[in-house]
Ligand binder design. Sequence first.
Ligand code: G3H
Ligand code: 13P
Ligand code: ZN
Length: 311
Amino acid sequence: MPLVTTTEMFKKAYEGNYAVGAFNVNNMEIIQGITEAAKELNSPLVLQVSAGARRYAKHTYLVKLVEAAVEDTGLPIALHLDHGDSFELCKSCIDGGFTSVMIDGSHLSFEENIKLTKQVVDYAHDHGVVVEGELGRLAGVEDDIKVSEEESSYTRPEEVEEFVSKTGVDSLAIAIGTSHGAFKFKPGQKPNLRFDILERIGELLPGFPIVLHGASSVVPEFVDMINEYGGNIPGAIGIPEDMLREAAKMAVCKINIDSDLRLAMTASVRKYLFENPGHFDPRQYLAPAREAIKSMVAHKIKNVLGSNDKL
Ligand code: G3H
Ligand code: 13P
Ligand code: ZN
């Protein structure tokens, strides 16, 4: 089976009240860990590549590794550009074999966001590729994305119909209180998502797939493990898993997870090297790191996404 677009998988997810996991990938072990978990659980997948990941591993390596995973597992997998910030970057991924791109114009004015998104949609659709747009701004810090809490803003439901009809996007990322990275809430702050906004958008765009970014739960077990084995990330807090499960039953068809994979992998490597100070063969610590990714993804598929046995 070749790489697929998200059209069919989102339609099934919407109708089946679950969501497809979109996991960020940077290297072979991450791709293998994710796809092995999905294979065992018969789950569809989106593997996504950020601009930073593309700089780190190079476009060709990531495309070939994801193609190898498709050949190895036979799973329906969409290869997606995460947070594309220009027409040129999206075009380069479309021309280079991706089946889905995100154009993130959420920092632009409403009109400019529509203009840029439509330009990407026109090119993508001519090439059989689907497009995710974004309205509203998530807070948080990752390689290429730095948005302070003051700069962030919830999606305005009154804008979504016009945005979707004028751009022709295939899915829409919205801001309802999730944020990027491992520090989503302040210690003592009660995690809260604006389900009222999600519900209203679901009513305004019936059947239309919604995307949730910044959806790591920052699983405490791995934060504790990192802190125990020489790391120092106090106060890392994520989105409670029951809230994400709730969103997956609503209009949310794609849930983006990166930080939880980073934490699982790093915790595993730290623990391994601490316990085996004499080891220096990368395979010795990358094999358990790959296993840690696999169990994290299996946990997400079963407990957050509900995408197991949905092929
Ligand atoms: O939302 C962004 C993703 O987690 C990718 O992060 O730009 O550090 O690769 P990155
Ligand atoms: P997290 O940082 O919560 O994993 O979010 C990842 C994301 O939204 C990628 O686009
Ligand atoms: Zn994101």
